[in-house]
Ligand binder design. Sequence first.
Ligand code: ZN
Length: 332
Amino acid sequence: MTLTAAVAVDVGGTKIRAGSVIDGRLAHVRSVPTPATAGAQAVLDTIAEVAATVIAETSGSGGADSAWRIGVGAAGVIDPATGVVVSATDSLTGWAGTDLVSELSARTGLHVRAVNDVHAHALGESFAGASRGTRSSLLVAAGTGIGGGFIADGRLLTGRNSAAGHIGHVPSAAAAGLDCPCGGTGHVEAIASGPAILATYQRLIGRDDSPTSAPAPESNPAPVPANTRELAAAASAGDPLAVRSFDMGARALGSALGGIANILSPEVIVIGGGLAEMDETWWTPLRAAFAAELIPATAGAPLVKAELGQDAALIGAASLWDDEPGRKKETH
Ligand SMILES: [Zn+2]
């Protein structure tokens, strides 16, 4: 399958990445900070600027002389049919209600399509990554939050209000009583996301007053991990409470995904996001808890690591243009 010459843009809360995708190949990738607190107009201006830079650099190197399209994967719940941000968290100030298609078309003079960034991630892995060649797949992005996208017969399930895929917000017994970033309580994201795993560790060290775990007075203990990356390093080094924190999060997520696999029965479940970069400290309990939930009819469902990393959202955003020009990517 051949892609139209497209500028793909991934709009996150901290950075905007963009690159050209021609014949399925990503090139001329640029990354700039997101003016996250400056309002939607500033973000749109930055997207238009980086897209123009990518086009100029690609054309300057003889990469394309055809008509350009823009495909956007962006934070927030986005209606793929209109390109409007239906709702959004406050990670981008004033983002909800932004009409990405109209605003970016006006700034660039180019045709624009837009989807949610995790949905773009799912499309990218389906198009050219770990789930390529399958008829149905579930992409799970496990990192700062837990999101997902389900694809059947090449089409993204967007659901009512384009809100399908909020995998982090299924109830989890392991998260009972824990506050979730969505405003609810007891959702799996509240125990399984990167920040939630760090919070578990902080609860464990605060609670752990057993004499055997106290450092000897003359020892020089390592500093307490201050973020998920440092906690991952501590877990890899064998810190038992760090290992336990990742284990609790991974088991909760694995159970939730097993339940979802029983509903959707995808050919493959692809795990991306920052947590997927963890070693077996995280993967082993994830796989065990996942397998334990599967019914005989879904047993053996493959759970695999994503392949495209942060390029997945760009490949997926470009794939919004992989059909005939002028026709909307079908969603259902
Ligand atoms: Zn929630």
